[in-house]
Write a protein that binds this ligand. Structure first.
Ligand code: ASP
Ligand code: MG
Length: 408
């Protein structure tokens, strides 16, 4: 008997009709003779609504208290999905993340999975019961509830799949798989059959939103193949796996696999920073200590012993990052700090890039042709990212997608 993890995102459980449909799909898999572990997200935009409620009360909400709040969304959906399964004659059991064996560290709102005890799931499966597990949550060493970062239900699915050595880890959403770009931005995208872990990591962290980056990272570390597919239609979906590294790129004959867009970034600049050793270390260690991820970094060339130091963070971290930047700026005697939310990051990603020169030139030329100014650039072996004006973000994605011939 094979074990299948089936994870359903917020859109897939957005209302009662959809919950019944999800239950129908799970029931069909159970009746086909598989053991199924179900993982669900909160219904529709519940998590966003909870975040907004908290924001209306507090501008710097306490992370532990936020986890108590945010974890409720998934608690609602597991109960409803379990009830829907029972209605179909399937024995089901709704489990919170901790009850399903998910142990995390104590970093609230972005906790890491440190261990998964397979015992609870194995016990329920052995009794012929289908566990329905709350995604996005776990339990900290002190017993408090934690959440795994936005989109964290994907990580729950992958971590459980690894723990019970599942034969498949299916992640269902409202899109049919991974595309060469976001179909809402680019009209003629192509669906990819396979994507490597490395490419998917870049695409996720770059704002592709289809799969959580941490989930892909965990899948790579534990050798879990992810099958991304649609709840609403029976297409083949996309496999995220190791072998794709060569096979995928060669099959496509392309150096660039996809173009990602991130509209949730913000830029902070420390202006007129005295040019001496230790300043960068000071600001970035402060941010690191507060668990704020910095992405792109640019330091201007020294003019009269001062430089400008600019970097990007996720927009959600802007207020906290700005507080820290101001503190450090005054401590090191910088002239000032500026913040800009009107930016977007566009990136070309492809495992084939490493041994093909000229990719950056093609990308920059595509942007130049449309008179889109590049504010910052960062690169890795398999991606090139540019920070541009927010108002040109979508156009930039379309230009790059076209320049690399990614459309149908
Ligand atoms: N409900 C959580 C979120 O919206 C987790 C998830 O959907 O994966 O981020
Ligand atoms: Mg999601």
């Amino acid at each position: 008997m094979s074990i299948v993890v089936q994870k359903f995102g917020g859109t897939s459980v957005a209302d009662v009709e959809r919950i019944k449909r999800v239950a129908g799909r799970v029931a069909a898999t159970v009746r086909a003779g598989h053991q199924v572990v179900v993982v669900v997200s909160a219904m529709g935009h519940t998590t966003d609504e909870l975040v907004d409620l908290a924001a209306a009360i507090s501008s710097r909400p306490d992370p532990q208290t936020m986890d108590v709040l945010l974890a409720t969304g998934e608690q609602v959906s597991i109960a409803l999905v379990a009830l829907a399964l029972m209605e179909l004659g399937i024995r089901a059991r709704a489990l919170l993340g901790g009850e399903a064996g998910i142990r995390t560290d104590g970093v609230h709102q972005r906790a890491r999975v440190v261990a998964v005890d397979p015992e609870p799931l194995n016990t329920w499966l052995a009794r012929g019961v289908t566990p329905v597990v709350a995604g996005f949550q776990g339990v900290a060493p002190d017993g408090t509830i934690t959440t795994l970062g936005r989109g964290g239900s994907d990580l729950t699915a992958v971590a459980l799949a690894a723990a019970v050595r599942a034969d498949a880890c299916e992640i269902y959403s409202d899109v049919a798989g991974i595309y060469t770009a976001d179909p809402r931005i680019v009209p003629r995208v192509r669906k990819l059959a396979v994507v490597s872990y490395e490419e998917m990591m870049e695409l996720s962290s770059l704002g592709a939103q289809v799969l959580q980056g941490r989930a892909v990272d965990y899948a790579r570390a534990h050798g879990v193949t992810i099958h991304a597919r649609s709840t609403f239609e029976d297409g083949p979906g996309t496999l995220i796996t190791e072998q794709a590294k060569e096979a995928g790129a060669m099959e496509r004959g392309q150096v660039v696999t996809g173009v990602a867009y991130d509209g949730q970034v913000a830029k902070i600049c420390l202006i007129g920073v005295p040019d001496r050793p230790g300043v960068a270390s000071r600001i970035f260690s402060e941010l690191g200590r507060h668990n704020i991820n910095v992405d792109m970094i640019v330091q201007s060339v020294d003019r009269n012993q001062v430089t400008d130091l600019c970097f990007t963070v996720q927009r959600a971290d802007l207020t906290r990052a700005l507080d820290l930047a101001r503190e450090v700026a005054s401590a090191v005697g910088a002239a000032g700090v500026s913040a800009d939310e009107n930016v977007a990051k566009v990136s070309a990603v492809g495992a084939g890039m490493a041994d093909h020169p000229g990719v950056a030139a093609t990308m920059f030329a595509a942007l130049a042709e449309r008179k889109i100014n590049i504010q910052m650039i960062s690169t890795s072996e398999i991606k090139i990212s540019c920070l541009v004006d927010a108002e040109h973000g979508h156009e930039a994605v379309r230009a790059i997608h076209e320049a690399f011939g990614l459309g149908e």
